[in-house]
Design a protein around this ligand. Sequence first.
Ligand code: GLN
Length: 450
Amino acid sequence: HLDRIGAVDSRVHAFLHVGTESALASAQRVDAALADGAEPVSPLAGVPLALKDVFTTTDMPTTCGSRILEDWQPPYDATVTERLRAAGITILGKTNMDEFAMGSSTEHSAYGVTRNPWDTARVPGGSGGGSAAALAAHEAPLAIGTDTGGSIRQPAAFTGTVGVKPTYGGVSRYGLVACASSLDQAGPCARTVLDAALLHEVIGGHDPRDSTSIDQPVPDVVAAARQGANGDLSGLKVGVVRELGGEGYQPGVRAAHDASLRRLEKLGAELVEVSCPHFEYGMAAYYLILPSEVSSNLARFDAMRYGLRAAEGRSAEEVMANTREQGFGPEVKRRIMLGTYALSSGYYDAYYGQAQKVRTLISRDFAAAFSQVDVLVSPTTPTVPFPIGEKVDDPLAMYLNDLATIPTNLAGVAGMSVPSGLAEGLPVGLQVMAPALGEAVMYRVGAAFE
Ligand code: GLN
């Protein structure tokens, strides 16, 4: 895989940092233990992985795609990083991303755009475009992403790979640099559903260092993926969300989705049309809640504690202001300003408070739907991968990418994207959503479908 990275990454730019020496050392440790007759520490021992550059790593920089953290070397490992290492997984390097996970194309990275291996003139999606592109270009067989509004699932759809957003609290956020804490969730990315399940089992489960971590065992996703591989979904009810898939979705995406529904029926699933009437307000609520949390979380980048510090300034305040001016890109600044405004006194109830109410209504839509069906499905994205440059100066067009993925984050339920074929010769994905801690049935459906 290091050779493959050397051969293709100058064209794809999936990686911000390749840890050649630490990767080889880690692989050699696994080999030596096996040569000594030790049992493998996990089914994935020795398998290489690409890690999104938003997880802290003591042996590699963690930049979050931002100038403000250029060359920053964290003093501790994220829980996800720790669990990968404990399972004998080799971390090849850190992957490119939209700055602080804000974006849908990886064009908002301070370190250059990642290209979609299917067509290098197009985006791989975002914010985790680096992780998805690394999988599609066969630079790594496994990757980790984070999904706040779709950043695992949308890049998976755009690159013909599998991406899972676990239930909120299912995977520790300790050492995951925060974007919007009530929405952020780490998850597995792979080329098959079973690989994603094996990785999910490694990173999932309770962590006392994350106060929102769920104190429950990881759902048995590996057994579910194996069960699904028999291609039999009889007895399962699959809800087709009426509000996700019509207006605003490209004709090619809709045609691919219709074909996916026929395939689910052939596998034995019973299709039921369900309505989630508040999903249409998801985008509006998300773009108040997310910037509000961003404006608070990113206050820590004050030039005093981490990373960049501007040379100019006659007072601490001026140094802070100059550092943030130089260190943050335009999308991050836009959201900090939006969030600061939404949280300001006098507007708080009208904007943030109202958005939280919408969030509750969306959770109730999910609860009502899941009382009728086992899983919900929709297209993962409204469009096929778009050309680099097409939406980068049009924030609203960029935000619309996450129309179908945002509701699951707002409600904290589980979602995944599995490849569902091609539209206009480019990959598209089927989104499968399940109730909180209902990952098993989601993996079963995903594995049967792929
Ligand atoms: N694209 C969405 C956004 O820009 C989602 C980001 C994410 O999931 N990290 O906010």
